[in-house]
Unconditional design. Structure first.
Length: 177
C-alpha cells in the first residue's frame, strides 16, 4: 500500500494521479494473488482477508513491503482453505447427522411434563406443612439432611422420615400420569 503524499489541492492533477496510483497498486496485488493461488474466483476475498490481517499486524509491527505481505498472506489463506476443504471432504456424511438432530423435546413430551409438574404441585399442597417444608428444602433447594435438621431444630432421623413420607405420597399421587 503506497503512502500517498498528495494533499488536497485546487489542482485536480495530484488527486487523479494519487487515485490512479492506488488503483494500479490494488490491481497489481490482485493479479499477483491470482497468479500465486491460481484461483480467480476467490482472489478478491483472499485479498480482503489479507488486508484485514495487514491492518491488524501494522498496529504493532512495521511492514516494509505491504504488497508482499498481502500476497504471502493471501497465499497462506488459500492453502488453509484448501486443507480445510480436503479435511471436510474426507469425513462421511454420517458424521454430520448427529449434529442435525434437534435435542429439544417434542411438544407432546413438553405438555406431558407440564401436566406431571402440575400434578406434583397439587400433591405438594396436600402434604402436611412440615413434611412439605422438609421435602422442598431437600429436593428443590438441594439442602443436605443434616443441614435441614439443624435449620429446623429436629433430628436427622425425623428429616429422613419426612422426606420418605413425601416421596411415598407423591409417588402414589402421580401414579398413572
Amino acid at each position: 500500500m503506497p503512502e500517498f503524499t498528495a494533499k488536497p489541492s485546487p489542482r485536480r492533477g495530484l488527486a487523479v494521479s494519487a487515485a490512479s496510483n492506488e488503483r494500479k497498486f490494488w490491481t497489481d496485488v490482485l493479479g499477483r494473488i491470482r497468479r500465486r493461488t491460481r484461483d480467480d474466483q476467490d482472489a478478491e476475498d483472499l485479498l480482503h482477508t489479507a488486508w484485514l490481517r495487514l491492518f491488524a499486524y501494522r498496529a504493532e509491527h512495521e511492514v516494509r513491503e505491504p504488497a508482499a505481505f498481502l500476497v504471502q498472506t493471501a497465499a497462506n489463506l488459500a492453502v488453509d482453505r484448501h486443507r480445510q476443504g480436503k479435511r471436510l471432504a474426507r469425513e462421511p456424511l454420517e458424521s454430520f447427522e448427529g449434529g442435525l438432530e434437534d435435542a429439544a423435546p417434542l411438544q407432546d413430551e413438553v405438555l406431558a411434563a407440564r401436566e406431571r409438574l402440575r400434578r406434583v404441585q397439587a400433591g405438594l399442597g396436600r402434604l402436611p406443612p412440615r413434611t412439605r417444608q422438609v421435602f422442598v428444602m431437600h429436593k428443590v433447594e438441594g439442602m443436605k439432611l443434616r443441614e435441614i435438621a439443624a435449620a429446623l431444630g429436629i433430628t436427622q432421623s425425623a428429616v429422613e422420615k419426612h422426606v420418605a413420607k413425601a416421596v411415598l405420597f407423591l409417588t402414589e399421587w402421580t401414579e398413572g400420569w
